[in-house]
Write a protein that binds this ligand. Structure first.
Ligand SMILES: [Zn+2]
Length: 677
């Protein structure tokens, strides 16, 4: 409070009161259902709900661990492998099974699913009402909205929608997962995976089915319980700050959180909420030219990297750079280019705008006070020794939730879906960001610190001494009013000549690779595996000598893979792209993506293909260019296409290592191949 601006103190006090409330443990139950699809790889249609629900796993915070199983004709009981994990409960009648599910649902205030809006709860709702089951609507504790399944009397959280939220993904979980399937998210966050399915669902014995279903439900629950229920607590804090129901926070995008928060703040102050058109009238031309296609204003600064490899690189992060600037320079939709003649002299550096000198803007107040309480109170508190564990934990969660909100608050300023969108404010914030970083780089040079790279709100410094870091940090706080944090130190970083393309290895061997495509889910296993193996070689490098060896090792390895491809040694399954049909075949009118072409071949062969089916295909040299993997043979594979795909995947890594994929290919003329093999 001593440090805070006088006009922010009241807001800071109010936040402090709200944020110091304890976070209760929320009683909840995860739910997952299994239905045997009519055909392999097909997700059953939830609206039709034609197949019986054969298993439902319930995992609760109250130690509930049950799998409800329908006795199926012709299904073996099978062997039980997981002995004490859960209680299996067998049902002869599906209606009794569903009644038991509903009974548990109403006993838990929070129901957690993964994709329950679209599938599990949706399916249960329609299934229960089918004539052969015969539930009345009012006896089902589920109701459907627009792409949402609500539960009565509690709250349904569909984690699929939560984890796909870009702010949750980026700012709460540091992009630790790249895909949004239950398996990928669980693997990345809690090191758990689904039970791999061998053969088709219908072939599973009762116990295998139970274990499969239980595992899904268990990891869904664990995603809310790991790190002392971190996710539930984050949602709770965001819900309090944004004044928004927790299931909405878990489901809808950040611009809606920020809208809810800002509207509340307007009403608190008895202020009118401006119309969109009123803000547009004030906008006029934006001065800086956008550099990113599709963006309306110029973004953050990117310092040209000096290509090469650097050991011992410290990354300095401008703590809450944009929120700080919004606070320090009074940036808000009503203060940037305000109406007062006399404020015009207070120009914002690097822009043709000015900011109001008479009163603080509402965004500057809200974002500034939240920033202060995070940076000056919760962040240091979470690291303070001698604090009780639960106090420390609370401080950490609050700090993290505020980080998510603060980053989102700046982000939406320049996003036109946000109702208080005002381009000059976003533009001014970005311009000030570039200005602050440029000045800091200048200061680093003055202090004799080598800056090897800079990106938006961080600087990469080559082996800075401790006192140098201290000096630059103090200077930044004093001169530009912004805190610098030592974020991490890389064992080494390899830069290519391209912007935003580098590869950094952390002391623990984890590798950060900026801007890579190799991890995508539809990438054929052959290429994905090669990608991970190459990254693995790099993660073992400890010294410059190692690095030279690793370069050669990767070159040899990739060349071997390339030759195997050329020589048709890779089985077609390894080359398959797996892409889901997002709609039915007939709906693809204008363009026909490759997986649809492959699907059409399947249809010609008498196979049925529906929306939701996963199509596995390989690229071939026939006139259509693709073939379903089940029909393709190795000799038909279009090696050139896979070579192109390898090139685009590996050029990103290789350019950081100082050579190109074509050097690998170039060295493999036919005669080389005969000599080397
Ligand atoms: Zn003014």
């Amino acid at each position: 409070m001593k440090k805070a601006d006088a006009d922010l103190k009241k807001s800071i006090e109010e936040w402090a009161e709200l944020l110091s409330q304890p976070l209760p443990e929320l009683r909840r139950m995860a739910l997952d259902i299994e239905v045997i699809p009519v055909e392999e790889n097909r997700i059953p249609d939830a609206r039709e709900a034609a197949q019986e629900v054969v298993a439902v796993a319930l995992v609760g915070s109250d130690d509930l661990r049950k799998v409800l199983l329908l006795k199926r004709k012709g299904a073996d009981l099978g062997m039980r492998r997981l002995k004490d994990d859960f209680d299996p409960v067998f049902f002869d009648d599906e209606k009794d099974l569903l009644a038991e599910v509903f009974k548990h649902m109403v006993q838990h205030p929070f129901i957690i699913t993964y994709n329950g809006d679209d599938f599990d709860l949706n399916y249960l709702y329609h299934r229960a009402q089918r004539p052969e089951i015969g539930f009345k609507k009012e006896d089902i504790p589920i109701s459907l909205g627009n792409n949402v399944a609500n539960v009565r009397p509690g709250v349904h959280i569909d984690l699929y929608k939560t984890f796909i939220n870009r702010s949750i993904k980026g700012y709460a979980f540091n992009n630790r997962y790249t895909e949004h399937t239950l398996n990928s998210v669980a693997k990345a966050l809690i090191e758990e995976t689904k039970i791999p399915l061998e053969g088709s669902m219908g072939d599973l014995s009762m116990y295998e089915m139970a274990e499969y279903c239980y595992q899904d439900s268990k990891i869904t629950y664990m995603l809310t319980s790991f790190s002392d229920s971190l996710l539930m607590k984050l949602l709770l804090v965001i819900s309090r700050v944004a004044k928004m129901p927790i299931d909405d926070v878990a489901r809808i995008s950040v611009s809606n959180w920020i809208r809810s928060m800002m509207y509340f703040e307007h009403r608190q102050r008895n202020a009118l909420i401006p119309r969109r058109s009123e803000l547009e009238d004030r906008e006029q031309t934006v001065v800086s030219e956008p550099v990113i296609k599709g963006k309306k204003y110029k973004g953050g600064i990117v310092v040209e990297p000096k290509s090469g490899i650097y050991f011992d690189v410290a990354v300095l992060d401008f703590a809450s750079l944009y929120p700080s600037l919004i606070k320090v320079y009074n940036l808000s939709y009503e203060t940037v280019r305000c109406v007062h003649e006399e404020c015009r002299s207070k120009g914002i550096p690097e822009t043709a705008y000015w900011a109001c000198t008479k009163r603080r803007g509402i965004a500057s107040n809200v974002i500034g006070s939240l920033r202060d309480i995070r940076v000056d109170y919760y962040k240091p508190l979470s690291k303070q020794p001698g604090l009780k564990a639960e106090e420390k934990e609370l401080a950490k969660v609050v700090s993290q939730a505020l980080k998510v909100i603060l980053n989102a608050s700046y982000g939406v300023m320049g996003a036109d879906i946000y109702p208080l969108y005002y381009l000059p404010a976003a533009d001014a914030t970005a311009a000030l960001g570039r200005y602050s970083i440029t000045r800091t780089i200048g200061k680093c040079e003055e202090l004799g610190i080598e800056v090897v790279y800079g990106d938006t709100d961080s600087l990469f410094l080559k082996s800075p001494k401790e006192e140098q870091v201290k000096e630059i940090t103090e200077w930044a706080e004093k001169e530009i009013g912004i805190e610098l944090d030592l974020e991490k130190t890389y064992r080494y970083v390899a830069f290519s000549q391209r912007k935003k393309n580098y590869l950094g290895v952390l002391p623990d061997g984890n590798v950060d690779v900026k801007g890579l495509t190799g991890k995508k889910s539809h990438t054929p296993p052959f290429i994905r595996e090669a990608f991970y193996n190459a990254v693995n070689i790099l993660s073992k490098v400890m010294s410059e000598g190692d690095f030279e060896r690793a370069r050669d090792e990767i070159k040899t390895y990739l060349r071997g893979r390339y030759l195997a491809l050329k020589n048709k040694e890779i089985p077609t399954e390894q080359l398959a792209f797996n892409i889901q049909m997002s709609k039915s075949i007939g709906s693809y009118k204008k363009t026909e993506p490759q997986h649809v072409k492959a699907a059409k071949i399947l249809v010609k062969q008498g196979k049925e293909v529906k929306a939701g089916d996963i199509i596995s295909f390989v690229k071939t040299t026939n006139s259509i260019g693709v073939k379903p993997v089940s029909m393709a043979n190795v000799n038909e594979v279009d090696t050139k296409k896979y070579e192109d795909y390898m090139r685009s995947t590996f050029d990103q890594i290789l350019s950081a290592l100082g050579y190109e994929f074509d050097e690998i290919v170039g060295a493999t003329k036919l005669e080389d191949f005969f000599w080397t093999s």
